[in-house]
Design a protein around this ligand. Structure first.
Ligand SMILES: C[S@@+](CC[C@H](N)C(=O)[O-])C[C@H]1O[C@@H](n2cnc3c(N)ncnc32)[C@H](O)[C@@H]1O
Length: 397
């Protein structure tokens, strides 16, 4: 392990102290945060640009900002982005970046330890992790449990190679698998715990199959509109996993194989569909709780806005699975919606919001999740006959 001249050990202790004071570091994970050299996992990275302007992300390396600023940045509660749009970065001459999507990172440490804590580990636990990324979360688990208990899967070969080298520098040799984690970790046994640090549209059945009965799966569900949140499921008997959302906010980059289709397809023409009034405006898509419900109602949709010829705002909702659409335009104090295709998308949103309001507008953490092979649902009140929404089933898992 190479320690930089600056005292990284002292900075890690300071960092752990800060997180603890903010109640963001569970006691069981403090020793790992103090021990694992995050700078070995992300020696060079990008962070969002604070200054106004077009540049969205700026590079941070030891050479660019100096040893102290670099290391302080590493040992702070920040996500460190290490790849955009699946392309590796030329670290010999890193440039500011805009108009690109992060595809690999070292996740916000406070979120990593929150997720690890939700795994409720004991010293004997074995873990499968999906989304090795920089290897930092893998290294934390290796420190706590021993590398022989950890398997981690990364889909991107370059990212996986760098994580292997970083983990080696940290002194850990877990089982690392390069491949599509939606199909599982190719284990010969079942892990006691499964964790994913990339977002998924539904829980891959392979994750349930490869987790021991009574074991836990901790992962983030998301759609193409937004993140749904962090779920914790108990694998019951090899046939079911059931649990609930434990946090609403966490947003992870979506699994590579589940990104929304690059092409949005044909936009509906001005005369397509039927127009009606609606009391539900498009702002429900962006508000925290109603946005969660709208995402459940629109599992295959994307949304964006454009001005029409008169400069008025038009909000489009397009379904990638069946080509249904809804187009919202302001009309006086209310909204008009024009819908077409086999599913009335906005009616789905209205009905889901009505069910949610009738239940007292509960927070995301009141929603349950049930996963079976070929069928999974998010529900309210009870799994049998409460209101429920289907999640997309991951093909081939
Ligand atoms: C947020 S990063 C992981 C953070 C990581 N745990 C860390 O601490 O550095 C998400 C990672 O998931 C990987 N990923 C995306 N889709 C995947 C898949 N289907 N199987 C395995 N890994 C995947 C991405 O390439 C990316 O490296």
């Amino acid at each position: 392990m190479t320690e930089p001249d600056l005292d990284a050990t002292a900075l890690r202790r300071e960092f752990a102290e800060e997180l603890t004071a903010e109640r963001k570091l569970p006691a069981d994970w403090r020793a790992a945060v103090e021990a694992v050299p995050r700078h070995e996992c992300s020696p060079a990275f990008y962070v969002p640009n604070d200054a106004p302007g077009l540049t969205a992300y700026v590079p941070i390396t030891r050479e660019l900002v100096g040893a102290e600023a670099w290391l302080r940045r590493v040992y702070s509660d920040e996500t460190l982005i290490t790849q955009f749009d699946g392309r590796d970065i030329d670290w010999s001459d890193p440039q500011p970046i805009s108009g690109a999507n992060p595809t690999s990172s070292s996740t916000l440490p406070s979120l990593v330890v929150q997720m690890l804590d939700a795994l409720d580990l004991d010293d004997e636990s074995t873990v499968t992790e999906y989304g090795t990324g920089t290897g930092y979360s893998t290294a934390l688990m290796c420190h706590r449990l021993g590398a022989e208990r950890i398997t981690s899967v990364e889909t991107d070969a370059g990212v996986a190679d760098r994580a292997r080298a970083a983990l080696d520098r940290c002194g850990y040799a877990p089982r690392l698998v390069t491949g599509n984690g939606l199909a599982g970790a190719d284990r010969s046994d079942q892990a006691a715990r499964t964790i994913a640090t990339m977002g998924v549209r539904g829980i891959p059945w392979a994750w349930v199959r490869e987790t021991a009965p009574g074991g836990l799966v901790v992962a983030t569900l998301r759609g193409w509109l937004r993140s749904l949140g962090l779920v914790r499921l108990v694998v019951e008997d090899g046939q079911h996993a059931t649990g609930q959302f434990i946090a609403a906010d966490p947003a992870f980059m979506i699994a590579r194989q589940q990104q929304a289709p690059a092409n949005i397809g044909m936009l509906p023409g001005d005369d397509d569909g039927k127009t009606r009034e609606t009391e539900v405006g498009p702002e429900v898509l962006n508000m925290p709780d109603s946005g969660f419900v709208a995402q459940l109602a629109l599992p295959n949709s994307r949304s964006f806005f454009m001005p029409d010829d008169d400069g008025r705002l038009r909000v489009y909702v397009l379904d990638a699975a069946n080509e249904s659409f809804a187009v919202l335009t302001a009309a006086g104090a209310g909204w008009l919606v024009r819908e077409g295709g086999p599913v009335s998308l906005w009616a789905e949103v209205e009905q889901s919001l009505a069910l949610w309001h009738a239940a007292g507008s509960p927070a995301a953490t009141e929603f349950g999740v049930s996963v079976e092979a070929g069928r999974q649902r998010v529900w309210l009140d009870n799994a049998e006959d409460g209101p429920s929404w289907r999640l997309p089933v991951v093909p081939g898992s």
